[in-house]
Each structure stands twice: as structure tokens, then as C-alpha cells.
Design a protein around this ligand. Structure first.
Ligand SMILES: *[C@@H]1O[C@H](CO)[C@@H](O)[C@H](O)[C@H]1NC(C)=O
Ligand SMILES: *[C@@H]1O[C@H](CO)[C@@H](O)[C@H](O)[C@H]1NC(C)=O
Ligand SMILES: *[C@@H]1O[C@H](CO)[C@@H](O)[C@H](O)[C@H]1NC(C)=O
Length: 396
């Protein structure tokens, strides 16, 4: 395995939160799991929220519940050995529409299992298992259908997710959108790598239009991308994803170990992925976009990555994702640009091209430096529509 970095990066400053403890059992939560605790958990959260926040504590036990809504200043604290099982009656997870502090209305097709919308200073910590009971959803709603996300934040600041385990998520496990200052540490995620060939869209951690993110010591095995980074655009303009550090993490099954795109219109910049181990993923490091997506993907740094048993490409960049038209087109507002990507010390083995860099004739992939690269495969390097590419010190 890779060496663990000793660097401690602290980029998140969570605002001060009241240390008053709100024990969910004092509000009627059932630690045997026989009776749903949905109302009791909501009552504890609301009591804390009325006092500008506090610690919502789950004593050791088994709880069953419907959706949980977090408020500003809430720190959920699970005792060791807590099991939270979500009820799998779809009627409990209706579509929701919420007006958020940025003035815009957001619609979700299903209520997430755990959500924080328009919140600040929220943490979920503790050695609990969160079981989304996804089977009923996967069986009924195949991609591209939506299903409930397990942990969802939208327009949120100062979020800490730490030490818990999510399994059987109906859809994405962690989905954070339009948010800043995110620390995700030591969580693990496990979903089937392939569910009857139907692919349940269970991205491990999916982040869209986020800034100042630190992900460390996570362990993910899932049926879609382990970590996916996107950057979107809305009526007010581009919403980039930037300042992201992902380190010391282990991906064991999934589509991409770390994927960027294919939602790239807002741009993605200043992203570092280091000291990670990918085993059995479909691709290793994947950047994907196309002529409908647009945006600039730049200043991306990958180093000290080991990848074993990767089924397809070790390193892949494609500006032609789901696009077959190789003719040259005019540059438009939705032309993507990819440049200044650095890979150092990438080792392991894969089943297809070790490196595949495919740009557009009108927008080549440019300024890519790959050094200390020793991934092995029966298939070599594929470059098309590229400029200024260096591989192991040699200009291509
Ligand atoms: C790039 O992101 C890192 C966090 O990974 C941050 O510490 C650094 O300040 C950012 N650099 C710039 C130029 O914004
Ligand atoms: C990689 O995955 C294989 C299963 O395909 C497993 O046997 C092996 O233990 C894994 N390696 C590590 C280091 O997790
Ligand atoms: C490379 O790109 C050119 C021009 O876009 C295209 O004609 C050709 O088919 C591409 N080759 C491969 C192997 O993709």
C-alpha cells in the first residue's frame, strides 16, 4: 500500500457550537429499533435548533427512522455501535421544494435520508452504521431514474462528516452541492459493485460546485464513481469547484477512483489527489467532458497513487465523453478546455490503455505532465488532439 502522509491539513473552521447535549432517547427515540424514531429525532434536532444548535446524541442502539432534517449548528454524535436503519417505504420520501438562503428554489425528486439545506456549522460524527435499505429502490427505479440520496447538503457552509459507515444507499451516498468548507474524514461507504447489471448510481462522494474541501482517510467500494467532482452553471453564471484536497484514501470497486466531470460547465480548478490506493475500479483517474458541457478544467495534481486490477484505463482524459463526432467544430460557449494537469508517481496495472488522452480538434488537451509513471498493461498510450504532453520526461 501507499505511504501515509503525515501532513495535517486543516482548512475547515467550524463555527462555535453550543455543547449542550440533546439525547434522542429523552425525546422518545427507541434504541431497540422496533418503533420508528423519526419524530423523536426531529424533536431533539428542533429543540437544539431553537437554542442555535447543540449536540444531538444517539446512545448506542438500533434505530429505525424516516428522513432526518438537520438544522444550522447541529452536531450529530453517534455512540460507538449505533445502527441507523432507514425505513424503505417510498411514501416517506416525497419530492421536496425548498427556498434557500441564496434566494433560489431547489427541487429534489425524493427527500434525502439525511439532509441539510441552507445550513451552516453542521457535523455528523461517530462510529455508526447508516443503512439506506437501497434494494427496494434499486429494484424499482433503474438509471436514469432518481432515488433518494443518503446524505445531502445544498447551499451549506462548514460541514464535517466523520467516522461513520454508509451502506445500501438508494442513490449517491454523500452529495454536496453549492457549498463551502467541507471536511470528510474517516468515513466508509459500501454498496454492491454491480447490482444485477443495472448499476444503481451509487456514487460514493459526489460534490458539485463546492469550494475548500478536504477528504481524507475514506474507504469506498460502490457501484458508480467512488469520488466524483463536478462544477455546474446556473442562471447567475459559473459555479466552479476549487481548492479540493483528497488524500490517504482507499477505493475498492467503483467506476472511477476519482472522477472529474462530466458536469464541468462551471469549471474545476486547484484539485489535488494524493496518497490513494485504488483496487478493482473500472478506471483509475478519469476526467470526462464533452462539447455540450463546457468549462475549464485546470491545475489538477495527482501524486503517489497506486492502482491495481483497474479494468480499463489507468489515466484517462476525454473531451469526447459520449460524443462520437471527431470532426473539427467551431469554438462555442460550451466548448470545454483542459490544461495543466500533473501526474507524479502513479503505479500499478490496468486492463486497457495505461494513458488515454483525447481532446477535441478545436480544443486540444494541453500541458499534461506525467512523470514517475509505471502502470502496466497490454495496451500502451493513446493520444489524440493533444498538445504539450510529457510522459516520463519525454515530450510526445
Ligand atoms: C488550492 O487548494 C488548497 C486546498 O487543497 C488550498 O490550501 C490552496 O490555498 C489553494 N490554492 C490557491 C491558489 O487557491
Ligand atoms: C484487491 O481486491 C482483491 C479482490 O479483487 C482482493 O483480493 C485484495 O485483497 C484487494 N487488495 C487490497 C490491498 O485491498
Ligand atoms: C483522432 O482525432 C481525429 C480528429 O479529430 C479523428 O479523425 C480520428 O478518428 C481520431 N482517432 C482516434 C483513434 O480516435
Amino acid at each position: 500500500m501507499n505511504a501515509r502522509s503525515l501532513t495535517i491539513v486543516q482548512i475547515i473552521i467550524v463555527g462555535s457550537v453550543s455543547a449542550v447535549v440533546y439525547d434522542v432517547t429523552k425525546y422518545g427515540a427507541d434504541t431497540t429499533g422496533r418503533n420508528p424514531s423519526t419524530q423523536a429525532i426531529a424533536a431533539a434536532i428542533n429543540a437544539a435548533a431553537l437554542k442555535n444548535g447543540g449536540i444531538v446524541y444517539f446512545p448506542r442502539g438500533k434505530y429505525t427512522t424516516g428522513p432526518i432534517e438537520l438544522k444550522s449548528g447541529i452536531h450529530v454524535d453517534f455512540a460507538d455501535g449505533t445502527l441507523i436503519t432507514f425505513l424503505d417505504d417510498p411514501k416517506l420520501y416525497p419530492s421536496i421544494t425548498v427556498k434557500l438562503p441564496d434566494g433560489k428554489t431547489r427541487h429534489l425528486p425524493y427527500t434525502p435520508l439525511i439532509r441539510g439545506m441552507g445550513v451552516n456549522n453542521v457535523a455528523i460524527k461517530g462510529n455508526a452504521i447508516i443503512d439506506g435499505r437501497g434494494q427496494i429502490w434499486w429494484d424499482r427505479l433503474h438509471p436514469p431514474s432518481d432515488r433518494p440520496v443518503s446524505v445531502h447538503f445544498w447551499v451549506a457552509n462548514n460541514i464535517v462528516l466523520q467516522s461513520f459507515h454508509i451502506q445500501n444507499s438508494p442513490m449517491f451516498n454523500v452529495h454536496i452541492v453549492d457549498s463551502n468548507n467541507i471536511e470528510i474524514n474517516s468515513i466508509s461507504i459500501k454498496n454492491p459493485p454491480d447490482y444485477h447489471g443495472k448499476g444503481p448510481n451509487t456514487d460514493g462522494i459526489n460534490l458539485n460546485s463546492v469550494k475548500n474541501v478536504h477528504i481524507a482517510n475514506v474507504n469506498i467500494a460502490t457501484g458508480d464513481d467512488c469520488i466524483a467532482l463536478n462544477g455546474n452553471t446556473d442562471s447567475r453564471g459559473k459555479k466552479p469547484t476549487q481548492n479540493v484536497l483528497i488524500e490517504n484514501s482507499h477505493m475498492n470497486a467503483g467506476h472511477g477512483g476519482v472522477s472529474i466531470g462530466s458536469v464541468t460547465s462551471g469549471g474545476l480548478r486547484n484539485i489535488t489527489v494524493r496518497n490513494c490506493y485504488f483496487n478493482n475500479t473500472v478506471r483509475g483517474l478519469f476526467i470526462k467532458t464533452n462539447r455540450q458541457r463546457g468549462g475549464t478544467i485546470a491545475d489538477i495534481h495527482y501524486h503517489d497513487i497506486v492502482m491495481t486490477n483497474v479494468k480499463k484505463e489507468g489515466i484517462a482524459i476525454s473531451a469526447m465523453y459520449n460524443d462520437k463526432d471527431t470532426s473539427k467544430k467551431p469554438i462555442t460557449v460550451t466548448t470545454p478546455f483542459i490544461n495543466n494537469i500533473e501526474y507524479n508517481n502513479i503505479r500499478g496495472n490496468c486492463g486497457r490503455n495505461t494513458i488515454s488522452l483525447v481532446g477535441l480538434p478545436e480544443s486540444p488537451v494541453q500541458n499534461i505532465r506525467i512523470n514517475g509513471f509505471t502502470v502496466t498493461s497490454n495496451q500502451g498510450v493513446l493520444l489524440n488532439n493533444t498538445r504539450d504532453i510529457i510522459i516520463n520526461g519525454k515530450r510526445q
